[in-house]
Design a protein around this ligand. Structure first.
Ligand code: ATP
Length: 214
C-alpha cells in the first residue's frame, strides 16, 4: 500500500510555528514523510485575510524552504470562488485513487467546530483526520452526539492510518504551542516582537511588505 499522504489547510495569514512545529511533531508520531499545505480562499461573508493570496503563498514558501516535510498546493487559491474542504478532498481522492491512504490535519479548535463545515459528515469517507492539540481548547466535543461520533472513529493505532484509505481520527499528542495568526497580527499592530512565533525569513518578508501595520 502507498504511504499515507497528508494535507494541511489553513489561511496562513501568516504561517507560524503553531502550524510548522506542531505538524512536524505530528509527522514524527504518525510516520508522515510529506505534508501538503493548502492555503485557502476565505468566503466573502467571513473576515478577509489581511495579506493577499500571493503574499500568503510567498510566506508559506519562505517558511518551508528548509523544511523538507512540507510542500505546497495552491489549487484552492487558483479558483475564483472559495472551495469547500470536502470538494478539494473529493478532487484529491479522484487524483490519487480509492485505496491511497489520505489524511487531513486540523487543530483541536477546528475539530470542535467541524460540524459547521460544509458536508462535514462526508469528510471521513474521503480521508482520516489527524488532530493537533491547541492550548485553550476543550478536549471533549460540544455535544454527546459529536462525542459519540469521535469515539466511533477514534484510533490509537498509527499503523491503521497507513492501512486504511480513510475513516479514522487520530488525536495527536503534540506540544501545546500558544501561537495564533490573530495574535501575531495584533502584536504587529502594537509593534511587539514576533521573533519566537514565526520563521525569520517570514518576519523579514512581513516587514519588507509592510504587512499587519496599524
Ligand atoms: P487565525 O488566528 O487567523 O484564526 P490560525 O492561527 O488559527 O489563524 P489558520 O491558518 O486559521 O491559523 O489555521 C490552520 C489550521 O492550523 C487550523 O486547523 C488550526 O486549528 C491549526 N492551528 C493553528 N494554530 C495552531 C496551533 N498553535 N496549534 C495547533 N494547531 C493550530
Amino acid at each position: 500500500m502507498a504511504a499515507l499522504q497528508a494535507l494541511f489547510g489553513g489561511t496562513f495569514d501568516p504561517i507560524h510555528y503553531g502550524h510548522l512545529n506542531t505538524v512536524e511533531a505530528l509527522a514524527r508520531q504518525v510516520g508522515l514523510h510529506q505534508v501538503t499545505l493548502l492555503p485557502n480562499n476565505v468566503p466573502p461573508h467571513r473576515p478577509q485575510p489581511e495579506a493577499s493570496a500571493a503574499q500568503r503563498v510567498a510566506m508559506v514558501e519562505l517558511a518551508i524552504a528548509n523544511r523538507p516535510l512540507f510542500n505546497l498546493d495552491t489549487r484552492e487559491l487558483m479558483r475564483q470562488t472559495p472551495s469547500w474542504t470536502v470538494e478539494t478532498l473529493e478532487q484529491l481522492r479522484l487524483e490519487r485513487g480509492e485505496t491511497q491512504p489520505l489524511a487531513f490535519i486540523i487543530g483541536q479548535d477546528s475539530l470542535l467546530s467541524l460540524h459547521k463545515w460544509h458536508r462535514w459528515q462526508e469528510l471521513l469517507d474521503l480521508c482520516h483526520l489527524l488532530v493537533c492539540q491547541r492550548p485553550g481548547y476543550e478536549r471533549t466535543m460540544p455535544t454527546p452526539e459529536l462525542q459519540n461520533w469521535l469515539t466511533q472513529h477514534h484510533t490509537q493505532q498509527a499503523s491503521a492510518l497507513h492501512q486504511q484509505p480513510c475513516g479514522l481520527i487520530w488525536l495527536a499528542d503534540t506540544p501545546l504551542l500558544p501561537v495564533s495568526a490573530t495574535d501575531i497580527r495584533q502584536r504587529y499592530r502594537h509593534n511587539l516582537s514576533c521573533d519566537d512565533l514565526l520563521p525569520a525569513p517570514v518576519i523579514d518578508y512581513i516587514n519588507h511588505q509592510g504587512l499587519y501595520r496599524p
